[in-house]
Design a protein around this ligand. Structure first.
Ligand SMILES: C[S@@+](CC[C@H](N)C(=O)[O-])C[C@H]1O[C@@H](n2cnc3c(N)ncnc32)[C@H](O)[C@@H]1O
Length: 278
């Protein structure tokens, strides 16, 4: 009997807790406009909205975009959205979990106030192999996550790999009071743009991440020391020079552009058996 009660409580808490799906609806018109204007949307664009909620962003996005694919997991929200968007020529409501849905295969943008609890899963999906057709996005992230994604120096090989393909920038910060109910922390609008020319070919992403992980195993190490196991002394001198990296520069402070030059030089001049393996 006690066990049953406990189970019942757990389920109720999960189902009825206000934010198990991060339902912090944006109710501040100026912020909604700012979010949408963060990326230039044309009538020719398809916009994926992740977590449409009650449609607070969906309809304003549809005023600019050619097509809005509004994904929502909550059945009640979906029912209400389908009624509101009934007959709308540019809005398609998709019921489901974004993590289990297939992303569009032709070019698309993302504008979304995402559920913070699955930020990593969403970004992995958009920025990884699945998101080949993802071009640009304006996403609301938790302030801390936004800072982590945009600060120049990072110790995360995967984030460095993403940065070889995309540029991340904070557009603005949003006080928590602009959401209902307010989340625990403030948020930020992050602009994500696919680079016209990736710094590293996308197909080399894994190899690049393995290289970065190897180098970042001791982030305070001097670059010349960290690279010793890969390059010969002669190669090292030329490579550091080409990348504009100082011999004594800490690995943690290497810029993404410098990372790319170091990596591409390794591919070109170093025998594959010396490349760090993932
Ligand atoms: C932060 S709210 C944003 C709602 C609305 N776009 C707004 O700004 O007012 C996040 C929305 O994502 C939905 N959601 C949560 N997890 C989801 C998932 N895995 N797939 C799709 N939608 C999800 C929630 O139900 C919620 O409506």
């Amino acid at each position: 009997m006690r066990k049953q009660n406990k189970k019942h409580r757990t389920v109720r808490k999960h189902k009825s807790g206000p934010n198990f799906t991060g339902q912090h609806l944006l109710h501040h018109p100026q912020t909604i406009r700012e979010l949408i204007n963060t990326i230039q949307i044309q009538r020719s664009d398809t916009v994926l909205e992740i977590g449409a909620g009650k449609g607070g962003l969906t309809f304003p996005i549809a005023e600019k975009a050619g097509r809005v694919l509004a994904v929502e997991i909550d059945e009640d929200f979906v029912k209400a959205l389908r009624i509101k968007a009934d007959g709308h020529p540019r809005i398609k409501i998709l019921h489901g979990d974004i993590r289990e849905m297939r992303l569009p295969s032709s070019p698309f943008c993302v504008i979304a106030n995402i559920p913070f609890s699955i930020t990593t899963a969403i970004l992995e999906k958009l920025l990884g192999a699945e998101g080949k057709a993802f071009q640009k996005g304006a996403l609301i992230l938790e302030k801390g996550a936004a800072r982590r994604f945009t600060q120049r120096d990072t110790l995360e090989p995967r984030l460095l790999m993403w940065r070889t393909q995309f540029q991340f920038e904070i557009e603005n910060f949003i006080p928590r009071t602009h959401f209902a109910p307010p989340p625990r922390v403030d948020a930020a609008i992050v602009r994500i743009m696919r680079r016209e020319r990736p710094l590293v070919p996308a197909k080399e992403g894994r190899r690049f991440a393995a290289f970065a992980a190897y180098m970042l195993r001791e982030p305070r190490l001097m670059a010349a020391h960290a690279l010793r196991g890969i390059f010969t002394p002669a190669q090292l001198k030329v490579t550091l020079n080409q990348a504009g990296v100082g011999r004594e520069q800490a690995v943690a402070s290497i810029s993404v552009e410098q990372w790319a030059v170091l990596f591409l030089t390794m591919l070109r001049h170093v025998a594959p058996y010396r490349w760090p393996k993932g």
